[in-house]
Design a protein around this ligand. Structure first.
Ligand code: PRP
Ligand code: ADE
Length: 176
């Protein structure tokens, strides 16, 4: 058994009550990022899960999605597609407004980043209400590309974000 197999990434996720607003229990991934064994275990498990699924690219939303999305793309040997907050991408974009657990925002992606015939894996750190991932999924699908799955490190199941993502495959390493 590899040393990483015994790692439980939950041990490096910290609860921060009332952040960024009263009533929100924030799942803080920074302890996990600070422990290479745990960070690597997360990337290895995601890569293992999606190797063999004929993924052409991993796409993820800033900021926290990038942290996991880029190493996962490298581990799978595919490209990484950044989905960004407004005004950050230099070329022509597709854009969508979405609802957060605590507000609204807009996401953009280059309109030539993915396209018909491509199989895209979407990844984010946390699934809360599902608004962010739904916007990502809709952006990718709008280009004609296929979303293979929406993957997460952490899912807050009591917020029922999975419902928002139907009929897409949803997969989470850690479910609260
Ligand atoms: O399922 P949802 O309700 O949409 O919430 C989950 C999203 O919220 C957080 O991002 P946030 O917008 O806080 O931005 P950040 O990554 O820049 O911290 C998190 O990284 C997910 O992307
Ligand atoms: N409760 C939460 N903890 C961490 N990230 C989040 N993104 C949206 N809701 C969140």
């Amino acid at each position: 058994m590899s040393a990483l197999a015994s790692i439980d990434p939950r041990d490096w996720i910290r609860d921060v009550p009332d952040f960024p607003k009263p009533g929100i229990l924030f799942k803080d991934i920074t302890p996990l990022l600070g422990e290479p064994k745990a960070f690597r275990a997360v990337i290895d498990r995601l890569a293992e899960q999606f190797a063999g699924r004929k993924i052409d690219a991993v796409a993820a939303a800033e900021a926290r999605g990038f942290i996991f999305g880029a190493p996962l793309a490298l581990a799978l040997g595919v490209g990484f597609v950044p989905i960004r907050k407004p005004g950050k991408l230099p070329y022509q974009t597709v854009s969508l407004e979405y609802a957060l657990e605590y507000g609204t925002d807009r996401l953009e992606m280059h309109n030539d980043a993915v396209g018909p015939g491509q199989r895209i894996l979407l990844l984010d750190d946390v699934l809360a209400t599902g608004g962010t991932m739904r916007a990502c999924r809709d952006l990718v699908q709008r280009t004609g590309a296929e979303v293979v799955a929406c993957a997460f490190v952490v899912e807050l199941s009591f917020l029922k974000g999975r419902e928002m993502l139907k009929p897409c495959e949803v997969s989470s390493l850690i479910i609260y």
